[in-house]
Design a protein around this ligand. Structure first.
Ligand SMILES: [Zn+2]
Length: 327
């Protein structure tokens, strides 16, 4: 128990020492939204000829029909149906190069609202049909992978509320659309939302019994079911365990290894890729009156996004504080 506590503390110290430099640039793209229930309606047509459609699976259609889940003729991006006002996320680290947000949220005309982001690999991503005044960023601003950058809408040429996500590459001096699905430019194939986790197990899934004025060590493991690699050595976007319900409340069970009154720990490992298991080790210290308590926690991509708590298995720690027998 004591040994495990100091292992946890060691990780926390290592994390704060190695706090310089972003490693996000080695990561590729994720889906540009947070809801894992959203799925592709129409992808990119990779055949420039009219009424020839080459979809992301490699199937060539010689017709002018709509093919749901695949492609429609002349389409330059990937469409993801979502309700108006849904959050739209940057697919990778980058910088905003252009945006427009002055059209009506449901204007069915040629032009729509958009945010255009450039990335270190020389590509650009376009987020189109956004809500009126739906941009959350400004031109020139640096954005982090998974950061909320806009609110979705149905502005411009839009047959139903959706996000049109487009990736472009510079070829002979002009920007041409490419197919991120066909090119497997997502960190996972197929693409996933940036931040998602599933509960696996914990050191004690029952009630933690803590003698008053003492500390116990607890750990919990989650599977990284999102598309981004979890890291503990960067500032913005590092994955940490914080108090929840309400978010960031001061915990009466804060132990000496916590980063703050609400921030229990970073993920133990330096990197946990998609489908990997991340462990979060932290102390629980009880000064409170003996009795029954419950402490809730949630995962956070620091400064970017709280995870979907319901999909974590609503992780919480029942605590029973007993009288200190040495008093
Ligand atoms: Zn589209």
């Amino acid at each position: 128990m004591i040994a495990r506590f100091f292992i946890g503390l060691g990780f926390a110290l290592a994390a704060s020492v190695a706090n310089a430099g972003s490693t996000f640039a080695t990561d590729d793209y994720t889906l540009p939204f947070y809801d894992p229930a959203v799925s592709l309606s129409y992808g990119v047509d990779r055949d420039p000829r009219a009424c020839y459609q080459l979809d992301w699976t490699g199937t060539l259609w010689h017709d002018c029909n709509l093919h749901y889940g695949r492609v429609y003729d002349g389409h330059t991006g990937a469409d993801y149906p979502m309700s108006l006002g849904s959050p739209v996320a940057a697919a990778r680290d980058g910088a905003v190069v252009d945006l427009f947000e002055g059209y009506g949220t449901q204007q069915f005309g040629t032009y729509g609202n958009y945010v255009l982001v450039s990335h270190a690999d020389g590509r650009r991503t376009l987020y189109y049909h956004l809500a009126q005044n739906g941009a959350l960023v400004s031109v020139g601003q640096a954005v982090h992978a998974g950061q909320g950058i806009a609110s979705s809408g149905c502005s411009g040429q839009c047959y139903g509320a959706h996000l049109h996500f487009e990736m472009r590459k510079s070829t002979s001096g002009s920007w041409v659309p490419v197919d991120p699905i066909f090119e497997q430019r997502y960190t996972t194939n197929p693409g996933r939302v940036p931040f998602l986790a599933a509960y696996i197990r914990e050191s004690n899934a029952g009630t933690e019994v803590i003698e008053r004025y003492s500390t116990v060590t607890h750990w919990v493991e989650f599977k990284n079911t999102g598309g981004r690699t979890w890291r503990n050595n960067t500032g913005v976007g590092r994955i940490l365990l914080g108090t929840w319900n309400p978010a960031q409340h001061s915990s009466p069970f804060k132990a000496a290894d916590w980063g703050s009154t609400w921030f229990a720990t970073n993920v133990d490992q330096s990197a946990v890729g998609p489908d990997g298991i991340g462990r979060f080790t932290f102390g629980l210290h009880a000064d409170v009156t003996p009795g029954s308590y419950d402490e809730d926690f949630n995962l956070l991509a620091n400064s970017l996004r709280w995870f979907d708590y319901a999909r974590l298995g609503s992780f919480h720690v029942p605590i029973y504080v007993i009288t200190n027998t040495s008093q």
